[in-house]
Design a protein around this ligand. Structure first.
Ligand code: ATP
Length: 306
């Protein structure tokens, strides 16, 4: 549905996107995760033809977005929360967009209901809270009944009810065959909704995998043995990542407890303890992006914050 091929974007000296390639499939929710400045918004803007790539290309439904004559009926996008004229009512805002694509008034009523905006539809947008503005942005994206949704930080400003409403909406659209592509900088925001997760760091894809693979990667096995150094070297040869703490304790990722137990047996190494623990998905995402955080506070690392 969305194909990004070798997309590169420079802003002067700054390389914002570095040879980015990935696909977003129909029938799935794909999360686009990355720390601030990773390049999520830039990628979405390029997909939507709002900016030109330095090289590479992005196709939506097999063609460039700007080639569509009825774009909002193909792709629903939420990029900027300050999109609406502040003095217009929510209803009028949607009606104006609908008129550009000959979308009937009845559809405006439908999306207002779908996004829970009935009670405020007659209010001017300038009175809206961030959460209400966000719902209005989602309503605008849904207006043309598109098969592709591209949403930049859609849960920003939504309260707990809003977040779970939004999750259900995404699941419903994906179950109905739509491609849902949404960005976030927090794994915890997307782990209950995403099928596929693409992690971006400094303009490069760090990982593109189904969510369950992130869960598997999050498993940590703790091992206690008197032969920790020798066993750690052996596990690393088998492809595991091993951290030693103290003389006898190892934290192992990349192998299951059963595989580690068999390896110990084959090596004739006695284990005093073998325990499978689970790191949160947020932690494993943080480990993945740690090298690629562009904006870091002084208290975390000693780096200068930008
Ligand atoms: N118009 C621009 N001119 C110069 N640099 C830009 C421009 N737009 C983006 N950048 C730079 O490109 C990089 C990627 O920015 P982008 O906004 O795409 O990141 P992001 O992942 O969406 O971050 P955030 O989560 O903070 O929104 C950053 O280093 C940013 O400073």
């Amino acid at each position: 549905m969305i194909e990004v091929e070798h997309l590169t974007k420079r802003f002067g000296d700054r390389l914002a996107l570095d040879d980015l390639s990935f696909r977003v499939d129909a029938g799935k929710v794909t999360a686009f995760l990355g720390p601030n400045g990773a390049g999520k918004t830039t990628t979405m803007r390029l997909i939507l033809g709002l900016d030109r790539p330095t090289s590479g290309r992005a196709l939506v439904g097999g063609r460039a977005f700007r080639d569509y004559v009825d774009p909002i009926c193909q792709v629903g996008a939420l990029l900027d929360t300050k999109f609406a004229h502040p003095r217009r009512t929510a209803f009028d805002h949607l009606l104006v967009i609908a008129a550009t694509h000959r979308i009937p008034r009845s559809r405006v009523h439908e999306v207002i209901e779908e996004t829970g905006l009935e009670s405020v539809a007659g209010e001017r947008v300038l009175k809206f809270s961030l959460g209400m503005t966000q719902r209005l942005g989602i309503a605008s994206a849904l207006l043309g009944s598109p098969r592709i949704l591209i949403l930049d930080e859609p849960v920003n400003g939504l309260d707990i009810d809003g977040v779970s409403w939004f999750r259900e909406l995404c699941r419903r659209y994906a179950a109905d065959g739509a491609a849902v592509f949404l960005s976030s900088h927090l794994m915890s925001e997307v782990e209950r909704v995403a099928d596929q997760v693409i992690v971006l760091g400094r303009g490069r894809v760090l990982k593109d995998a189904p969510l369950f693979e992130f869960r598997q990667g999050a498993a940590v096995v703790s091992v206690v043995t008197e032969h920790a150094t020798e066993f750690a070297a052996h596990l690393e040869r088998l492809g595991a990542s091993v951290l030693m703490s103290g003389d006898h304790s190892l934290s192992v990722t990349g192998l299951s407890a059963a595989e580690i137990g068999s390896a110990a047996l084959r090596q004739g190494i006695a284990l005093e303890r073998l325990n499978e623990e689970s790191r949160s998905l947020e932690d494993s995402y943080r480990v993945l992006t740690d090298q690629d955080i562009e904006f870091r506070s002084m208290t975390n690392s000693g780096d200068v914050a930008e």
